[in-house]
Design a protein around this ligand. Structure first.
Ligand code: SAM
Length: 214
């Protein structure tokens, strides 16, 4: 993603504390208090501009969603969507996924979504891929036993890499879809990247992967 520095983004995020969580460490182990209910919490890591997570929150009012994005200049676009939709079950978290253990403890999160994660194709950048073993370990630490990651991408190389990384980690690949838009899959909510790349004819790959019960 090409990033444009937006100096006003921080102030805009700070001006909307009802949607943007600025003190996530305070909610570790008690995110239900923030949402005001005991519904399950699903997170998307690398939300971008928030098309997917806003659509999911609208479609599933009984699930709480947290959108995680490292760049304030990007997540500020998700804030615009959220202000317009005014959803009680979606919060935005402008943090880097490497720090998720500081904000969530085991079972705080019921599902992790990864959508069109940056592929980082060079070998020397492997550790930055959101499906690298150290990231899988973070997700495992905040999910319950048998928790799931739902991942989709148009990038075949990243998809192949992720299937190998997940299975080497001991995850069960439950549902591997090699052509999401030409399949029976129902209720797909598109992300920004998915819309852009599928319009250009790219095939979309998807997997549901489950952590083992150790
Ligand atoms: N998921 C969106 C979509 O499908 O349209 C955005 C995809 S974009 C290629 C990947 C996003 O992940 C970028 O906005 C990037 O800043 C974010 N990202 C990458 N690594 C991250 C990390 N370690 N923590 C949080 N966000 C991250």
């Amino acid at each position: 993603m090409r990033l444009k520095f937006k100096p006003w983004a921080k102030d805009k995020l700070l001006a909307h504390p009802q949607y943007v969580v600025h003190n996530p460490e305070d909610y570790k182990g008690r995110w239900n208090e923030l949402f005001g209910n005991d519904n399950p919490v699903h997170i998307e890591v690398g939300t971008g501009k928030g098309r997917f997570i806003t659509g999911m929150a609208l479609a599933n009012p009984d699930i709480n969603y947290i959108a995680i994005e490292a760049y304030e200049s990007v997540i500020v676009h998700a804030l615009d969507r959220l202000i317009e939709a005014n959803l009680p079950n979606l919060k935005l978290l402008p943090v880097n996924a490497v720090d998720l253990r500081e904000f969530f403890e085991k079972t705080d999160v019921s599902r992790v979504y990864l959508n069109f994660s940056d592929p980082w194709p060079k070998n020397r950048h492997e550790k930055r891929r959101l499906t690298y073993a150290s990231f899988l370990n973070i997700y495992e630490d905040i999910l319950p036993e048998g928790g799931e990651i739902h991942f989709k991408t148009d990038n075949r190389g990243l998809f192949q890499y992720s299937l190998v990384s997940m299975s080497q980690y001991g995850m069960i690949l439950k549902d591997v879809n090699l052509h999401l838009h030409d399949s029976e899959f129902e209720g797909n909510i598109m992300t920004e990247y998915e819309e852009k790349f599928s319009k250009k004819g790219s095939r979309i790959y998807r997997v549901e992967a489950q952590f083992p019960k150790r």
